[in-house]
Design a protein around this ligand. Sequence first.
Ligand SMILES: Cc1ncc(COP(=O)(O)O)c(C=O)c1O
Length: 420
Amino acid sequence: MTDQMERNEEIKSLYMEHVNPALMRLVAFMGYDVIEDHSSGSHVWDNLGNDYIDCLGGFGVFSVGHTHPKVVEAVRKQLERMPLSSKVLLNEPYARLARKLSEITPGDLKYTFICNSGTEAIEAALKLARLKTGKHGFIYTERAFHGKTLGSLSITGREAFQQPFRPLIPGTKMVPFGDADAIAKTIDDDIAGFVVEPIQGEGGIHIPPDDYLPKAQEICRENGVMFIADEVQSGLGRTGKMFACDHWGVEPDLMTLAKALGGGVMPIGAVIGTPSVWEVFEENPLIHSSTFGGNPLACVAALAAIEVVEEENLCQRATVTGEKIISSLRRIKDEHPDVITDIRGKGCFIGIEFSDSDIGGLMISALAAKKVLVAFMLNDHRILRVEPPLAIDDNDIDRLLASIKEAIVEVGDIVATLNS
Ligand SMILES: Cc1ncc(COP(=O)(O)O)c(C=O)c1O
């Protein structure tokens, strides 16, 4: 056994002994039981020197790619000057990022609170909506994913995640995604906000009818309900526009961001709100806060990431690349209608729906063997996500598509053998 293989065995046993044995077994089943070593652009290398195309993208984190030089340089410079904030003196990167976000987000969004993750951004949005309206409840959508802390979990539409933790926050009501009338029917006197992913991610890449979000916004405005867009996964160019909301011209009262905002280098979350929402801080500016939120390292990473999206035309590239991947996947689907039931996507936010979740699982293992990183969607395991860095090049796209084609044939053979 080589030194590197021994290292792998040691880390696997550390996972078994000290991290999460069940997770370790799952990772081993998928064929991902090697140590990640370094990364660049659309590629990740393991400690044995294997080169993977990253089409999982850290669940949507690596939109500008891995270790983008501009983001790394911004973080390195800040690291040497002042990595964390004193929390009392003025934090320049925070202020500059907040201004930039107000420039690129739709409508009246102007003020930003920065935290460290997507679920924290959702928690902040829920609290701000309650403060602004004086009401308590929330409407959310079936199959939605907004995070796993208690507040976010209360509006995450998957029974398997919610059930073990009940009672969750009271007054939440689930409606079908894509049905604006259902929102109108469900609103009562105590609903503070309607929370929605403009394009559902973890639920399986669901794109709503064109009139859904405009109508939902109108219904919220008419009823004094905060319209909260969760762009944690769809934001920053992933869907071919800076924000998925921009496809339908909607202007939320609150928008949450995270994942790609950190440029693939730093963790960060943000909630951006209108001046009207931000009035709630007048009485107590510390009514919501975070020790590490808005740290200068994360803020300079986010500023650099937004500049990369703009300078490298990543929205347009996501559109062109996404169309190429989606049309090729649809041709593959036509050849394997029993295995693939649907291909959905906008930009590089793409899902392949298999006829059942076991096939999805087998596909992950088959693709891992071909050194392509993918994963299923957290709220629907029949759907494999394809979320590459937005600047993925043609060679890598061809390798991805060829690998999917081969993997489907292999998995189809296994399924046929099992059924015979
Ligand atoms: C739309 C959406 N909101 C919120 C979250 C939670 O983000 P985090 O895992 O950073 O807490 C996710 C994570 O996948 C997400 O996709």
